[in-house]
Design a protein around this ligand. Structure first.
Ligand code: DP6
Length: 328
């Protein structure tokens, strides 16, 4: 038995497209910040007495496609470890409000940590990030805290994450604007594949990312928050251009996403350095220097209820506990 806790991450230079869909080898490098406020804790027990996998998320049994994806992941762990038993998996997503910011990044990073340890494997952080990648691409980066780079690599051995700055020594912070949607979401898995195959802009996107990785790393070294925010915002808009330019075209934005973007731009027009980014959903995350936090929260609270604004500094990397509750 083992338990792991992993935090979610938000990409500043996005991953949007795979080269190998089975191994989850991405088309490009990417770079993210791990968030303190959003995390998943998962306990895994391999038990010879079980006749099927037993999976719960937030105390609710998981069946169907969700269970299949977890079992497929556990099969990889069984293959690596030689362990044959079914597993009991209990997972909890910790998000501050009802609006979902549960992510496959923290989920598969925590599952990788708990399942590998419970199966008897003792993987290095790098090998854990390779394993997490097999569950969900963005999970590769959630093994580490702070600012993290995922090297795209060219095969299973070379596609892994590495920390750029595990503990931030400057004021970079994010705020999530929780935007609810009733609409059925196009999964990032499906959406990004459609962009790779059908967007005429996909080749340019790869050049954009190569350039953004360089300028973003330089901005991080310089601790230049306006530069980090500006590059991240442009990168996010260009990623979302791949959804609009796919065939059929689609978007993750809704009306409130655009309202939030406008609110951030208005604050910027007032001289406050804040920038936005969005992933495969309508929520907007704001990037800024923590010393401007109050002014930004006050400004956004004119449009969004305070409980929908969740501030998060950078968070830590994965923590794993063994069967004796010892942190390893
Ligand atoms: C927009 O990691 O969810 O958040 O690898 O198919 O599981 P799969 O996709 P996923 O995609 C994340 C896309 C993104 C950008 C990012 O996190 O880099």
């Amino acid at each position: 038995m083992a338990t792991a806790k992993a935090h979610t991450n938000i990409a500043l230079v996005k991953y949007w497209g795979k080269k190998d869909q089975d191994l989850i080898i991405p088309q490009t490098d990417s770079l993210s910040m791990t968030l303190d406020e959003f995390y998943t804790t998962t306990r895994v027990v391999f038990d010879p007495a079980l006749t099927a996998e037993q999976i719960t998320v937030n105390d609710q049994p998981v069946t169907g496609k969700g269970a299949e994806r977890i079992t497929k992941f556990l099969d990889i762990v069984r293959q690596m470890s030689g362990r044959q038993d079914f597993a009991r998996v209990d997972s909890h997503n910790h998000v501050p409000t009802a609006a979902g910011l549960a992510s496959s990044a923290s989920a598969f990073a925590a599952l990788a940590g708990a399942a590998s340890r419970a199966s008897g494997l003792q993987l290095s952080r790098r090998d854990l990030s390779r394993l997490a990648r097999r569950g969900s691409g963005s999970a590769t980066r959630s093994i580490y805290g702070g600012l993290v780079e995922w090297h795209r690599g060219h095969d299973d051995a070379t596609s892994y994450a590495e920390p750029i700055m595990e503990k931030l020594d400057f004021g970079l912070e994010m705020l999530a604007i929780m935007i609810n949607t009733g609409r059925k979401k196009i999964s990032s898995r499906h959406g990004m594949q459609s962009s790779v195959i059908t967007s005429p802009y996909y080749a340019s996107w790869k050049e954009v990312v190569a350039n953004d990785m360089e300028t973003m790393k330089a901005a991080i070294q310089a601790k230049d928050i306006p530069a980090i925010g500006h590059i991240a915002e442009e990168n996010a808009l260009r990623m979302h251009a791949l959804t609009l330019s796919a065939d059929p075209g689609y978007t993750y934005f809704n009306n409130e996403t655009l309202t939030a973007i406008q609110a951030v731009r208005q604050l910027r027009d007032q001289g406050i350095n804040c920038y936005f980014t969005m992933d495969a959903g309508p929520n907007v995350k704001v990037i800024y220097d923590r010393r401007d936090r109050e002014r930004i929260v006050d400004g956004l609270a004119q449009t969004f209820a305070p409980e929908r604004l969740v501030v998060s500094p950078a968070g830590p990397g994965i923590e794993i506990w063994d069967e004796n509750n010892r942190l390893i």
